[in-house]
Design a protein around this ligand. Structure first.
Ligand code: HEC
Ligand code: HEC
Length: 306
């Protein structure tokens, strides 16, 4: 009996150690240091900020104009696993991220790891941001430092068990592995590569427009890439934006650019729902970036809406 108990205990300890080891949060490669000493460019950083849609979640809900630059958080995202209270990422030293180092920021953006070594929840779309390049992380950091510090205090998330145990996310992160480009665009067409970076990485368009179960970051199943599906927050449907007839196959590249700039579809419908803030952000990008997005959206495989 005693032996059995010791045996079981040993198995439990072993199991726990494996869990612990497998779920250790990752950090940036400390040998890649040269980007840290380079100076960031806040103007380039501003483009990344709008393309990345940070204000859609980190400013208060429905913020307009200059209020989009007050990144005090306090915006709640209601999901099937509970409510996420988005944190303050303004440069306030106490309540925001003003006291962070650029390495802390890179660990958050590229690995979903916090300064105290915890895993972030993927409600923060770092699964897409993880393929950002270091220079862009630096530019974005430099830009965020120029914004107004906001005093709002962070509120804890309100999640159901077992989702309230962040360590378990390590297992989920293992399954997602490394980012693989969804579309093979080669490396000769810089313009198309820019479109890919804007859609797959910064714009995280797939987080809404691709059905969850087929989000293929590392999993390989991207067969339904951008083909629409149920909304992540629960109600409604997200449209198919592939070149299929059930998607936006009838839109020209100019129509796509016009929609992102103005919020009007070719039939003069206006943008609504969660796309509204995405469109307002996209409208702040240089026109050449919107053209690159349009070209990318016309290049991906046409997939029927499910
Ligand atoms: C879809 C909503 C959403 C978007 C878009 C988003 N975030 Fe977040 N972000 C979150 C949530 C939710 C958390 C909290 C995650 C957690 O606690 O596990 C978070 C956490 C963070 C943190 C960690 C803050 C802390 O106090 O530990 C940083 C830094 C951050 N986000 C930066 C950004 C930047 C920069 C962008 C734009 C490139 C961005 N986020 C876009 C939802 C979002
Ligand atoms: C937060 C979720 C979300 C994200 C992120 C998102 N979209 Fe959307 N998108 C929507 C929703 C919802 C609609 C439908 C809007 C409506 O009903 O007016 C939409 C509509 C569209 C449409 C119009 C489709 C049609 O048939 O009317 C295009 C084009 C589009 N999105 C492109 C993009 C691109 C490009 C990105 C990335 C830069 C992106 N979206 C990111 C939610 C999102």
């Amino acid at each position: 009996m005693k032996r059995l108990a010791i045996g079981l205990l040993a198995v439990a300890i072993l199991g726990f150690s494996v869990f612990w080891w497998l779920t250790i949060p990752k950090a940036i490669d400390s040998t890649v240091k040269d980007w840290i000493s380079k100076s960031g460019d806040p103007i380039l950083g501003e483009t990344i900020f709008w393309a990345g849609g940070c204000a859609s979640c980190h400013a208060v809900k429905g913020a307009k104009g200059k209020d989009k630059l007050k990144l005090g958080g306090n915006h709640s995202l209601v999901t099937p696993v509970g409510t996420f209270n988005v944190p303050n990422i303004s440069p306030d030293r106490e309540n925001g991220i003003g006291a962070w180092s650029v390495e802390d920021f890179a660990n958050a953006m590229l690995h979903g790891t916090s300064p105290d070594g915890k895993h972030y929840y993927p409600a923060f779309p770092y699964t897409s941001y993880s393929s950002m390049n270091y220079d862009d992380v630096k530019h974005l950091w430099t830009y965020i430092q120029t914004l107004e510090p906001v005093k709002t205090q962070n509120k804890p998330h309100d999640l159901t068990f077992p989702f309230n145990i962040s360590r378990g996310l390590g297992l989920w992160k293992l399954a997602f592995k490394e980012y693989q480009p969804v579309l093979n665009v080669g490396n000769t067409d810089n313009f198309l590569q820019r479109g890919q970076y804007l859609v797959e990485t910064l714009g995280h368009c797939g987080e809404c427009h691709t059905p969850r179960a087929s989000l293929g970051y590392g999993g390989g199943n991207t067969s339904r890439w951008l083909s629409g599906g149920p909304a992540p927050e629960g109600n409604g449907k997200i449209p198919n934006i592939t070149p299929h007839e059930t998607g936006i196959g009838s839109w020209s590249e100019a129509d796509i650019v016009y929609y992102l700039e103005s919020g009007f579809t070719p039939d003069f419908d206006s943008v609504g729902g969660s796309m509204t803030s995405v469109q307002e952000n996209m409208a702040k990008l240089p026109k050449s970036d919107l053209e690159a997005v349009a070209k990318y959206l016309k290049t991906i495989p046409a997939v029927a809406l499910n």
